[in-house]
Design a protein around this ligand. Structure first.
Ligand SMILES: CC(C)(COP(=O)(O)OP(=O)(O)OC[C@H]1O[C@@H](n2cnc3c(N)ncnc32)[C@H](O)[C@@H]1OP(=O)(O)O)[C@@H](O)C(=O)NCCC(=O)NCCS
Length: 243
């Protein structure tokens, strides 16, 4: 699904459900040390997707830890985004000599709980919805688009946004949208995004193309110290085993 909406410079890997064999690095495992098992499985599966995408980019898998706001911390020279919903995990990555920021979001393609887009949409978006083409779950499309924009935004401007800070305009060009972010203290910023519907899922992606002149394009993560992810499978006495 994401292959259809991401440019070739972005490597993407997904998994339907949870991968019982997902391997993660010890430092990644530490992130979920106190997580419930369902969250741990989700996390491991998405991290394993990120490692696969790194291989596609031609780099050795390295840990992806979590920042203080929950954002993924990518190896130097890499930008990326992770998303999961019930039944689907995805990681999308690119080198920062081609992409400045990206955001992906996956949701179940069904009406949002409560069935009203009012909490997600601005008044202008609500006006557009009044005559929007029938047959789409526009509420979840607005939601997914704003989450993807937020992730791309956060990579360059760490700070929170509210739904009303992002205005989405779906385009007549198939499955495309533009987004304007108006955040306090920042000039308005424009994004372009795409979405793909493959029931029961919808994927949304926002990619900011460009080369980061200030960052090296070569990963320098201390991969040697953690060169082998550990397996998600466990020994009978409950200890993790290395593969
Ligand atoms: C962070 C947030 C975008 C996650 O979205 P979600 O739909 O709940 O969950 P998803 O599965 O799509 O994404 C989760 C992943 O987002 C990533 N993420 C978390 N915080 C992030 C941030 N600040 N910036 C970029 N990515 C972030 C993480 O990789 C996380 O997965 P992980 O914990 O396994 O690493 C969302 O919960 C959030 O807080 N948004 C900001 C507040 C908001 O909703 N504002 C209105 C819309 S802008």
């Amino acid at each position: 699904m994401f292959d259809r909406i991401l440019p070739p410079t972005v490597a993407c890997a997904h998994f339907i459900g949870d991968d019982p064999d997902a391997s993660v690095f010890p430092s990644e495992e530490a992130v979920i040390a106190h997580a419930v098992e369902s969250r741990a499985r989700e996390f491991r599966t998405a991290r394993a997707c990120a490692h696969r995408a790194m291989r596609t980019l031609g780099i050795s898998p390295a840990p992806v830890l979590s920042g203080e706001h929950g954002e993924p911390l990518w190896p130097l020279g890499i930008v990326g985004s992770i998303s999961h919903c019930r039944g689907y995990r995805v990681a999308a990555l690119a080198k920062n000599d081609a992409v400045l920021a990206l955001g992906v979001d996956v949701e179940r393609y069904e009406a949002l709980p409560g069935g009203t887009p009012g909490t997600v949409c601005t008044s202008r978006e609500m006006d557009w919805l009044a005559s929007a083409p029938a047959g789409f779950h526009w509420d979840v499309l607005f939601f997914g688009a704003k989450e993807a924009v937020f992730k791309a935004w956060f990579a360059q401007h760490p700070g929170w946004l509210d739904f009303e800070d992002i205005e989405i305009a779906f385009e007549s060009r198939p499955q495309s949208f533009s987004a304007t972010v108006r955040a306090k203290g920042c000039v308005a910023k424009e994004y372009a995004g795409r979405f793909a519907i493959e029931p029961p899922f919808v994927g949304t992606a926002v990619v900011v193309m460009g080369a980061d002149q200030n960052r090296p394009g070569k990963p320098t993560w201390k991969a040697d110290l953690e060169s082998r992810p550990i397996s998600a499978s466990q020994t009978s006495d409950g200890h993790r085993v290395r593969r």
